[in-house]
Ligand binder design. Structure first.
Ligand code: ZN
Length: 207
């Protein structure tokens, strides 16, 4: 087995949002079956997409590609894709973002949702917007990060009763936060553009 087949490829969904990382092997399968195209950052800063056939041609033409950039099959010499774009339905269904303390902090970016200030996690509470004793549920839409001062001020009241306003309406995050991906950025600079977008999507684009 060619070790290069286990390298990482960034996967974009149809909206060009980074949603996943897969192996080269998986990327080539998706490419070959017509479910994905290769995305390449061209020198002019534009992105060009390649179908499987086009990619094979491009690979053949890329005589200057370093040997580690290439995988060989019995009949083909294919350049390793760095980024692929899914063309149809998402082959990687959105994994439900787990409702955990960690992910609540991630969603709220360690920011008190009442005063809008950023804190260390140890200085943040999980606040029930509608208090539990009033039947408030423990779910994505009824819990937010809150600093200790705001938490105290609110007490067991609703935000309205306490005269406090949420800085934004809490929702279930749509994408798994791309925290793990941030560490992988260094492996391929062409990912950066999409990871930056993913970052912004996590912050703003929750369901
Ligand atoms: Zn606060």
């Amino acid at each position: 087995m060619n070790a290069a087949l286990q390298n990482s490829v960034l996967v974009l969904n149809r909206l060009w949002q980074a949603v996943h990382v897969c192996t080269v092997e998986r990327a080539l399968t998706l490419l070959c079956s017509g479910h994905a195209q290769v995305v390449v950052a061209m020198n002019d800063g534009e992105y060009r997409t390649f179908s499987f056939r086009e990619w094979c041609d491009f690979s053949g033409a890329a005589a200057g590609a370093a040997e580690q950039e290439i995988v060989r099959t019995i009949s083909l010499r294919i350049r390793i894709p760095r980024i692929i774009l899914l063309l149809f339905f998402d082959r990687f269904p959105n994994k439900d973002v787990k409702f955990t303390r960690h992910n609540i902090f991630e969603r709220d970016r360690n920011t008190c949702q009442y005063c809008g200030k950023k804190f260390d996690r140890k200085d943040l509470n999980i606040d029930h917007i509608t208090p539990r004793m009033r039947g408030g549920l423990t779910n994505w839409t009824n819990v937010v990060c809150s600093c200790i001062a705001c938490n105290r001020r609110k007490g067991s009241r609703s935000p309205e009763e306490a005269g406090m306003r949420l800085i934004r309406k809490p929702k279930k995050p749509r994408w798994r936060p791309f925290v793990e991906l941030q560490f992988a950025v260094a492996t391929d600079h062409s990912w950066r553009h999409f990871l930056d977008l993913a970052y912004w999507n996590v912050e703003l684009g929750t369901e």
